[in-house]
Structures are given as C-alpha cells and as structure tokens.
Design a protein around this ligand. Sequence first.
Ligand code: TYM
Length: 332
Amino acid sequence: MITNKPTVFSGIQPSGILHVGNYLGALTQWVDLQDQSDCIFCVVDYHAITVRQEPAKLGRQILDTVKIYLASGINPAKSVIFQQSDISAHTELAWILNCIARIADLNKMTQFKEKGASKESVSVGLYDYPVLMAADILLYQTDIVPVGEDQVQHVELARTLAQRFNRDYGQVFKIPQAVIKKQGARIMGLDDPAKKMSKSASSPNNYIALTDAPEAAAKKIMRAVTDSGSEIIYEPKKKPAISNLLVTFSLLNGINIHELETRYRNKGYGEFKKDLAQEVKAFLIEFQLKYNSFSDDEVKRILQDGAAKILPVAEQTLKKVKNKLGILILSS
Ligand code: TYM
C-alpha cells in the first residue's frame, strides 16, 4: 500500500438511503481519483449507529452501500473497500483522540446542532461522531479526503486534532486536506432549495434515491419546487431551485451549464423539467442495472479482502500513537 501516490480516504454511512447528492458530491469524485491515488473507501457502520438503525436491516444496508460504490464505478482492483467495524483500530484511535479533542472543538460542529435540534434526546455518539471520523482519516496517513461541503468542517477538526497530537506528543499524523467539487458539493433538496438534499428529510420528495424506481424519480423532478419568473439561468442566489436543477442536469449528462442555459433560452420550466426527468430516469436505469448485477457473496469477499489489505496500515499508526503516549504494548 505504500507508494508515491497520495492517499485518499472517504466514507459513507450505510443508513439506508443514498441519493444523487451523495453520488454527485462524493462518489463521482472518488471515481475520478482512483487512477492517480491510493484510494481507501470505507462503509462507516459505526457512524450509522449514532442514530438508531434497525438491527434486522443494518447488515443489508452495509452490503447495499458497497453495491452503490461498485455501481458508481469504484473498482476493487484499484481501491480498497472495507467496513469500518472490521478494523477495531478506528474506535481505539477515536478514544485516544477524544482525549486530545476539547468540548469547545465539538461545540463548534454545525452538523451536530442541525441533526440534534429536531430530536428529543441525542446520543453521545452523535456528538462525538466527528472524532471517530478524524480517527478514520488519520489512521491511514491520508492526504486527500473527497467529500461534499457538509463534511469540510469535520475534516478541519481532523486536521486540528492531528496537529495538536503531533505538537504535544511528537510527529505521527499526516495533515489531511478536504477536497470538494466546484459544482455539486452541495446538491439542494428538490422540495426546498434552501436546504441540502438529505436522507433524513421529512419527505421523500426532497431527494432522488439511487434506488428509487426510475419512473417515480422522474415524477419527483416534475414535482420539484421552482423559482419565480420563467428564465432558466444559473443564479444560485436569485434562482436557487433552477440553479440546483441545472447543476444536477449538467453533472448527470456532462453538458456544461452555459450550454444548458442556451438550449433552454425562451423555453419554460415545464420543458426543462421534462428533459431533466428523462435524464434522471435514464441515469437510474443504467445505474441500477449495475447495482443489481453484484451478488452478496461477491460484496462480502470484497469487504473481507479490503479489511485484510488495510489492517497493517491501521495497526502501524495505532502502534506509533500508543508509543508516543507511553502506553506499554506487551502483547505483540
Ligand atoms: P454521509 O454518509 O452523510 O454522506 C456521504 C457523502 O455524501 C456527501 N453528501 C452530499 N454531497 C453533496 N450534496 C449533498 N446534498 C450531500 N449529502 C451528502 C457528504 O458530504 C459525504 O461526502 N461523516 C460522513 C462519513 C464519514 C467520512 C469519514 C467521510 C465517516 N468517516 C471519513 C470522509 C472521511 C458522513 O456522514 O457522510
């Protein structure tokens, strides 16, 4: 695994619904990085249980998340794919980093405030979740973390914790860098373009799930909120809904936004949405054909191979950390 290429690490929670926001904001970046970097892509199941998951469904969701990675174009011959809970160094390092992190650091995290605000009671795990994410990233001496915009603040925390540890105990960690896409880093909800597309939205009309029936997904586009006026132009401040649909259209079929603006000059929202609905439908049909072509056994093998391949890197970093802390290691 040690090469001269930069190391890339990222992950997605197996919490049931993955949507085009995850695909356009994160997964397409991962695919683009595969050839130039050593890529490690994790299914972060311990992050998923920070909110209750149905035990009878979680195993299925883990396998299905890997199938989404594969259908998106992640190639297990090039990239390591593994399950977070398979490598206990993640939770061990998270504990150690808990002792480096400050409550003031975590109180700054906006996602916790947003996620916690609508709930009566919130788990300690949800609060501490960015520290586990820092452990994920730092264990592999990661250079680049390709994510959507909502995760940048968490990567900043990983940088802070790495720098603080290195300063206080001696050099162990590389300082990682978040990378987001110029377009698509924040795909907005179809029913409310002021908020990001999210699996935890109150209505399924907020998102296009990658596993939505293509016809149903097309209907969601037709129902999507639009802005006042009738012009199809990219102006995120004045026209957040149409701008979001333009970004989605452009990223799905590769036509740049200016060309789309020209194509739809003097045409109405109805015609534009009808064409986008067709794009989404065609994309999902092709995507799901691939998604359904992988067997559970194949996916389990990929996860086992991935964990076996990456375990020595995680163990080496954890050992260095323990040494710096003065923890005796007598068992190996
Ligand atoms: P998660 O599972 O919520 O989302 C997975 C990825 O999708 C991106 N994303 C979006 N991008 C654009 N528009 C949207 N509407 C949108 N919604 C989600 C996210 O930014 C993310 O890149 N904490 C992480 C998972 C994680 C992780 C890590 C990521 C755990 N450990 C280490 C990187 C490195 C999360 O909950 O992502």
